[in-house]
Unconditional design. Structure first.
Length: 198
């Protein structure tokens, strides 16, 4: 007999929740897991999640829990759907040169959270894209928690949809041309509010 297999309701954890064997406390917590799993903030996956969180905090949209399977990353208080893309010059591994700055903007199908699988034709589901570049170039002092080391480029989805060049990626030079340049963390929310979406 099947149990309820509907989508899980995920509540925020606080870090002090303990691993256990039923009623036996094992002596380590979620905070220990977080420290083990996500301390490398420069790594691609963790940096991407961190960039979403930084943008969410700038927009006042960090309530609840990050939804891994949503068709866009964030939604503002006025209903603007935001997709966050991240990259960096520096990587955790040894490098001969800085990484080339390019962001993936490929359209995607919508994940059907209720029934499973994907549906519809590929498209961009957000109203606006925020391209978050960890722009610092010194490995000795790189600190992804320092918001002044990040540059943010804001582009309406409609501009991406109308591009005649690649629909899969966008370079930093093109972003600068299309946006007029980056904004910092403290001006990001105002930039999104003032961006014409159509």
């Amino acid at each position: 007999m099947k149990t309820n297999l509907e989508q899980l309701v995920v509540l925020p954890k606080h870090g002090d929740e303990q691993f256990h064997a039923c009623n036996d406390d094992l002596g380590f917590s979620i905070k220990d897991f977080w420290s083990w799993n996500t301390s490398d903030l420069v790594s691609n996956v963790t940096r991407g999640h961190l960039a979403e969180f930084i943008v969410a905090r700038a927009l006042g949209a960090a309530e609840g829990v990050r939804n891994e399977w949503a068709t866009y990353d964030l939604i503002t208080s006025n209903g603007t759907k935001v997709e966050v893309k991240s990259t960096a010059y520096l990587q955790s591994w040894s490098q001969d040169n800085y990484s080339t700055i390019q962001f993936n903007v490929e359209p995607t199908k919508e994940l059907d959270l209720k029934n499973g699988g994907y549906r519809g034709t590929p498209k961009r589901h957000a109203d606006v894209y925020v391209f978050a570049l960890l722009a610092h170039k010194d490995k000795q002092t790189v600190d992804p928690l320092n918001v002044k080391q990040w540059d943010f480029y804001v582009l309406p989805t409609s501009v991406l949809d109308k591009r005649t060049r690649s629909q899969h990626s966008i370079t930093l030079k093109t972003l600068v041309d299309l946006t007029g340049g980056s904004v910092d963390y403290f001006h990001l929310a105002d930039k999104i509010k003032s961006t014409k979406m159509t």
